[in-house]
Write a protein that binds this ligand. Structure first.
Ligand code: CMP
Length: 154
């Protein structure tokens, strides 16, 4: 009996992968009054909002956050845009939250995003694409720590 229970427990825990990921609702989506609808996409998609705040980044902070893109030709455009007006930063929690969130966001270029995704609905261009989402477990951890202390995540 105990053996069956343990086997079932291992099978169950092996199929569920609880993760946290960072989302940024970018200046274009905040200015467009789309915060509520974007949050609804996350909740309807099965993700839980466990931390949330509105912040205005300085160009330096935006540069620090997107450090990985420092050598890219669009870096200046990206950091200027991300610091142009407030953004909403959100920690999302759930089974396979990182890939789930990327699925809900759609492709980086809104023109290539699947119909019904957040970027398909609200993105204007590859630069002004409504939302950012972490792309791996390591990045998610770093990005969450960039904006939130441990006691701000519930
Ligand atoms: P994001 O998911 O926030 O990660 C990096 C961002 O760089 C990306 O979304 C785009 O908004 C932006 N980006 C990527 N490629 C380009 C590009 N060719 N021109 C301008 N911005 C870009």
């Amino acid at each position: 009996m105990i053996r069956y229970f343990l086997t079932a427990l291992i099978l169950f825990t092996g199929s569920v992968s609880a993760e946290q990921t960072l989302s940024i609702i970018k200046p274009d989506a905040v200015k467009g009054n789309n915060i509520g609808d974007i949050l609804a996409h996350y909740e309807d998609g099965g993700l839980k909002i466990v931390a949330l705040k509105m912040v205005q980044l300085t160009p330096e902070q935006a540069g620090q956050f997107y450090e990985v893109h420092k050598e890219r030709p669009f870096f200046e455009e990206l950091t200027t845009f991300m610091s142009s007006s407030p953004v909403v930063v959100v920690v999302l929690d759930g089974d396979k939250a990182i890939s789930k969130n990327r699925e809900l966001m759609g492709a980086t270029d809104p023109k290539k995003a699947t119909e019904g995704t957040i970027r398909w609905k609200y993105g204007n261009s590859i630069g002004e694409n409504a939302v950012h989402g972490s792309d791996s477990e390591a990045t998610a951890k770093e990005e969450i720590q960039f904006f939130f202390g441990p006691h701000e995540i519930h």
